[in-house]
Design a binder for this molecule. Structure first.
Ligand SMILES: [Zn+2]
Length: 252
């Protein structure tokens, strides 16, 4: 990393690279596609993102790119960005100054739920935590075009989870660990919904009041405690124990 980079940026690069490796570790990748983006501190319109063409486990603190809201490279780099794939991230970052990290995934469970008219069930432990916290955006094709941005943002509203119908999901929070925590809840909710759907017989339903309280507590756990940091750090420790150093020079 260059000498003029701030300590804060270096720490953020490590955190984001760890997140790419975690998404790979849990099997939530989509080949070389999808992004995890994070806003650079003190620069509201600059973001760190993965180089196009690398697997998530090839992302390092050093090879992360700095791009603008259109996904265009704004500092020189060995690798190239994928501006077309950044449209979703750029739109959310530009419109929401409370969202500094965005993760987009296409896992089987999430894509299956995104196909269902009713969307997420809120009658399992994780789904209940998402009650009234999910926005839904109708499919318009691959999210490449600027003209779709306003409609995407309208679908997101003031929420932190956006189901891209017939496509996948985007989640955004205040930092990398909190976004990962929220994604984990979303992924677990989708997996359980898919499994429960295969079991004949009616579900046990949860009242709206209980779901509302559950969702409120889950949101507070993310925003108002260190739970997300503790979980992220624990997941990274587990991954490093199993896999060893994540990149050349990884000293953690
Ligand atoms: Zn996608």
């Amino acid at each position: 990393m260059t000498m003029d980079m701030t300590t804060e940026e270096m720490q953020l690069r490590v955190r984001l690279a760890e997140c790419y490796h975690l998404i790979n570790y849990y099997g939530w990748t989509e080949m070389i596609f999808n992004h995890i983006s994070v806003r650079l501190p003190g620069t509201p319109t600059r973001y760190l993102v993965n180089p196009f063409g690398l697997n998530y486990d090839e992302v390092t603190p050093d090879n992360l790119l700095v791009v603008n809201a259109d996904g265009q490279l704004i500092t020189e780099a060995e690798h190239k960005p994928n501006p077309a794939g950044f449209a979703l991230h750029g739109a959310i970052h530009t419109a929401r100054d409370d969202i500094h990290c965005v993760i987009h995934t296409h896992t089987n469970a999430v894509c299956a739920v995104a196909m269902k008219q009713a969307g997420f069930s809120h009658d399992n432990f994780y789904g209940a935590q998402l009650f009234e916290r999910v926005g839904y955006h109708a499919f318009e094709g691959i999210t490449l075009y600027d003209e779709e941005r306003p409609r995407m943002l309208e679908s997101l509203g003031d929420k932190h989870v956006l189901v891209l119908r017939n496509h996948g999901i985007a989640v955004g929070e205040a930092d990398v660990a909190r976004t990962f925590f929220l994604l984990w809840i979303v992924q677990r909710a989708a997996e359980i919904q898919c499994h429960a759907g295969q079991i004949p017989g009616p579900d046990v339903l949860i009242s709206d009041d209980i779901k509302r309280g559950c969702a409120r507590d889950a949101a507070t756990l993310i925003s108002g405690s260190s739970a997300a940091d503790r979980m992220f750090d624990a997941a990274v420790r587990k991954m490093r124990k199993e896999r060893g150093p994540l990149w050349t020079g990884d000293k953690a």
